[in-house]
Design a protein around this ligand. Sequence first.
Ligand SMILES: Nc1ncnc2c1ncn2[C@@H]1O[C@H](COP(=O)(O)OP(=O)(O)O)[C@@H](O)[C@H]1O
Ligand SMILES: [Mg+2]
Length: 367
Amino acid sequence: MRAIYLGLMSGTSQDGVDVAAVQFGEHSANLLATHSHPLDAALRDRLNDLVGGSPASLATVGELDLRLGELFADAALALIAANPGLRSDILAVGSHGHTAWHQPPTTGQSGFTMQLGDPNIIAARTGFTTVADFRRMDMAFGGQGAPLVPAFHQWLWATPGQTRVIANLGGIANVTILHAEGTVTGFDTGPGNTLLDNWTQRHRHQAFDAGGSWARSGIQNAGLLRQLMKDPYLTLAPPKSTGREYFNLDRCVGEVGAIPPADVAHTLLEFTVRSLGDAVRAHAADAKEIILVGGGSHNDFLRQRLSDYTSLPITSSEPSSGLPADWVEAAAFAWLARTRLAGSGGNVPSVTGARQTAPLGGVYCPN
Ligand SMILES: Nc1ncnc2c1ncn2[C@@H]1O[C@H](COP(=O)(O)OP(=O)(O)O)[C@@H](O)[C@H]1O
Ligand SMILES: [Mg+2]
């Protein structure tokens, strides 16, 4: 029997649910099947309202928790329907959930983070043990609860004597730095795709700027870029994490007056490039390349600008890990489920700032 884990991920981009079926070897991951499950527009609007800070009743939050639980179960079942041979070898599901709110701890103040998508429903409907709610144990130990993927990156990519940088461009951007001597740094660097996505939705009525071609057609606006780069988050020392609650158009851009929309798009892309590039320069001066993952890795203009800005080659994840860029994060949650069931710690205290390493996630058994 193979030992297969399913990872379910719904990120801040709200572009759908990623499902990955993964078999793990000794520091290797074999991606057996994938499925992208759509998020319908009505549900997306309701989630946008939540993360936008609109007042929500407890009934609304509870109903979204239920609907997302059903959606995650459907997503897992759709992968199995297309790959029935996997079912009998699946040991567990790791579900990240959908972040309704992420409020990291700040100096002297505790934080909280809330992921929706009831894991009881996933377990009951799929029949698989489900591990979920990965972030809160780390926070309970004083950590940011994020990012959690660096533990997986370390397990998969760490190479003694070599500094490696993995940058994940989801809605928010996060970086993992595997230092040559074995230590790990990781944090959210700022916006990934979220500002450019939302700007493109507003002005072009498309979900995202494919290939970055619209941004490329504009001219960088120096004044707006200067204003964006003044954001105090960028100079905060890690550990740090953030979300769309903070990096959104209302707060970051506001009224842009007469700046042409394509110039704003170019400038927002540049904001992502510089905030990420500066983080890499500051924390991984000896890096030889950036392994770029997440949906933003398909943005050709962004790749080019990041390479120019950092003077580093941008490489794909597949040659060094076997995992294509779009599936690393879902695979990470499959791995975190496996790690939890093995009773091992899933967080990296040097990344999240937690007082200790701890098993992450609750375990929901259907039988
Ligand atoms: N062809 C493409 N060109 C430019 N951007 C893309 C392309 N494909 C995907 N993206 C970006 O990737 C995002 C989704 O990335 P993803 O890694 O799923 O993020 P999240 O984890 O936040 O859901 C989209 O919202 C979009 O910004
Ligand atoms: Mg996504």
